[in-house]
Design a protein. Structure first.
Length: 309
């Protein structure tokens, strides 16, 4: 049994990761603000540690005595980083470096970082992107994630802190908060549930790799404590869906012929990003993926139950 701490444990991916780690028998500490709601994870026996990501002393307390750190907290989204790039630098990047310093001082065995596979490769015009492709982000969000990845290498060189960067595609699913304006599927489903038009950026041709959140954490959990061959892995479904494909799925699942409101796509949006996950598959095996319509259905059911979240 490993002692693990999830930074951002009450968030969308972090809460599912807490459940998955606990189910695998690990000792889990859940670190987050927990300021406005009860824990969103379900696992019993999890140590809840309330703290501020922007507090160095709180971070030191979170990593103290742990074996593994999972950094799954972000102070910005692609949209907020776009509107204020310095916010991402001042909070996400700077505080992630402080978290790395705290982890190195605490003697953490391995540091797992939730990077982005959707924004980090940039517009290179490839059918799929593997870990050996150059990272050429053109959005502040992707640039910030790549900066943190570089700091992982620095802390390995300087302090011997082992780490793994997880380039995650476009996750969606339950516990994702559509009012945070991140994620096409939950945002669109909330609009549908409220009888409003779905906002489509561009003509619907943009392609992304969508991965259901429970499939994602089932990919992460087997990595705990493993002396992996690489320090960087793409995590996704490996399947590309256009915005039009997603809208068609939403119509099938909801049974509603909702209206579409088209708006220009931001210039920093990339036309196509699909991840090659062969590196992960060769080392950890194939993960059975939830079918798109089924994942959308599960997400829609929760949004209908909690439309104001």
């Amino acid at each position: 049994m490993a002692k693990t701490v999830v930074i951002g444990a009450n968030g969308f991916i972090g809460s599912h990761l807490v459940d998955s780690l606990a189910a695998a028998g690990h000792d889990v500490t859940a670190f987050d603000r927990f300021s406005s709601q009860n824990p969103t994870f379900d696992a019993p026996g999890v140590r809840v540690l309330q703290g501020e990501f922007l507090s160095r002393s709180d971070l030191e307390g979170a990593v103290d005595g742990q074996d593994y750190v999972f950094h799954f907290l972000s102070t910005t989204s692609p949209a907020t980083a776009e509107s204020d790039p310095t916010l991402d630098i001042r909070t996400n990047v700077a505080q992630s470096v402080e978290l790395l310093e705290s982890a190195a001082t605490a003697g953490i065995k391995r540091f797992y970082f939730a990077s982005t596979g959707g924004a980090i490769y940039g517009p290179q015009g490839k059918a799929e992107y593997s870990e050996i492709d150059r990272a050429l982000p053109i959005s502040p969000y992707g640039i910030g994630k790549l900066s943190i990845e570089h700091y992982l290498h620095y802390f390995k060189t300087k302090h011997g802190l082992d780490s793994t960067a997880l380039r995650i595609s476009n996750p969606y699913g339950t516990r994702q908060k559509p009012n945070k304006k991140q994620g096409l599927i939950p945002i669109a489903l909330r609009q549908i549930s409220m009888g409003r038009p779905v906002i489509r950026l561009g003509n619907g041709s943009m392609v992304r790799d969508y991965v259901y959140v429970e499939d994602l954490v089932r990919m992460v959990t087997p990595m705990v404590g493993v002396d992996t061959e690489f320090d960087l892995y793409n995590l996704g479904s490996g399947i590309g869906y256009s915005v039009t494909d997603i809208i068609d799925s939403l119509r099938r699942v909801t049974g509603i012929d909702f209206a579409i409101e088209e708006r220009p796509a931001p210039p920093t949006f990339v036309d196509r990003v699909v991840l090659d996950t062969e590196r992960y598959g060769l080392e950890f095996g194939t993960t059975d993926m939830t079918e798109l319509d089924e994942g959308v259905r599960l997400t829609y059911e929760e949004i209908r139950e909690h439309p104001n979240d």
